[in-house]
Ligand binder design. Structure first.
Ligand code: COA
Length: 329
């Protein structure tokens, strides 16, 4: 059987127009622009205001742009995966809604839930399916409408997140490029450190759960910060070592955008200069599964064939991991 890899051939995104600034948040909770910028790196984030639009709307727009960028028609797509923790419905999958709306009528479709590591886990899963020869072309989408689970009276969480979607087309290649390696971890012991308490089968929606604000995101920020800093730095340096990559060999770090201090700690451990690190948390905040493809979109004109790129993420679960990919389009 011929050597196969999976490579990204198109990138797309959707960001809502509404810009929620730190100044506006000052009118909701006891916070200030200076605290938010210095503790997180965030200046503003996008919010999908239209109550009739949700994650599938953003994911569909991002997917259409990725298909156009790749020059691939929707009918050629074999698989659509949407990584999200804010699906339109618990079921059917948001990916099924996207499959219909983009016209990917030959594709099967499902969602993947790994919170902020969702896009990374989806990319490795779909990439492995392409490498196996089972499928040839896929849409991998990270999309979250975090504003649907944000408590705008809780200053410890409402300043952090934003809405958005990023998508890539992943295709089979016989070249020595694309996804080269990945390392991924989960620690299910810490299920209460970062979670949405109600709305699942354990605590279905009741008057009580709504009254107690259990449908909003809850997190122990300080503990998540510590775990995320360790996890992202460890796994990023681990994948470099495993693939004999020195800092000079790495062209870009594409980190999940949760906190600028976590990003800088990861880059430091990898020995990378800041100019090799993609950072857009200032503009979009933490868009959960969308952060990594949104970075790839913002930097796509700066990516060159042969660039060694490390994607790295950490999120609820707890989940974390890194992907080593060699760029070519
Ligand atoms: N504005 C002003 N003050 C705030 C605040 C806000 N929005 N949020 C918290 N504070 C206060 C706290 O109450 C605390 O006050 P105290 O010292 O009087 O008790 C103080 O600021 C420090 O709080 P702490 O939680 O220790 O701050 P921190 O430096 O850990 O930063 C986060 C908080 C949430 C920014 C940080 O922990 C973080 O980014 N965690 C990772 C979270 C994440 O992104 N997870 C998503 C998936 S990876």
């Amino acid at each position: 059987m011929a050597f196969k890899r999976a490579k990204i051939t198109g990138v797309g995104r959707y960001l809502p127009d509404y810009v929620l600034t730190n100044e506006e948040l000052e009118s909701y909770v006891d916070t200030n622009d200076e605290w938010i910028r210095t503790r997180t790196g965030i200046s503003e984030r996008r919010i999908l205001k239209d109550p009739d639009k949700a994650t599938s709307f953003m994911a569909t727009n991002a997917a259409n742009e990725a298909l156009k960028d790749a020059g691939v028609s929707a009918e050629e797509i074999d698989l659509v995966v949407v990584a999200t923790v804010t699906p339109d419905y618990l079921f059917p999958a948001t990916a099924a809604l996207v499959q219909k709306r983009v016209g990917a009528k030959n594709a099967f479709a499902y969602d993947l839930s790994a919170a902020c590591s969702g896009f990374l886990f989806a990319l490795s899963t779909v990439g492995s399916m392409i490498e196996s020869g089972r499928i040839k072309k896929a849409l991998v989408i990270g999309a979250d409408k975090m504003s649907s689970i944000m408590d705008f009276t809780d200053r410890s969480t409402c300043i952090l997140f934003g809405d958005g979607a990023g998508a890539v087309v992943l295709e089979e290649t016989n070249e020595d490029t694309g996804i080269v390696d990945f390392i991924q971890y989960t620690d299910g012991d810490e299920d209460n450190m970062l979670y949405q308490p109600a709305g699942g089968s354990l605590h279905p929606a009741t008057e009580e759960t709504v009254k107690n604000k259990q449908h909003y995101i809850k997190q122990d920020g300080r503990s998540v910060f510590k775990k995320a800093t360790e996890g992202m730095a460890d796994v990023s340096s681990e994948i470099m070592e495993k693939n004999n990559l020195k800092a000079d060999d790495v062209a870009w770090l594409v980190p999940h955008q949760a906190n600028l201090r976590i990003i800088h700690a990861t880059a430091r451990r990898m020995g990378l200069d800041k100019n090799k690190v993609m950072v857009n948390i200032n503009k979009y905040g933490n868009t959960t599964a969308a952060t990594i493809p949104l970075c790839l979109y913002d930097w796509k004109e700066s990516l060159n064939d042969g660039d060694n790129i490390i994607l790295s993420a950490f999120g609820g679960g707890l989940t974390w991991g890194a992907i080593y990919l060699k760029w070519s389009k």
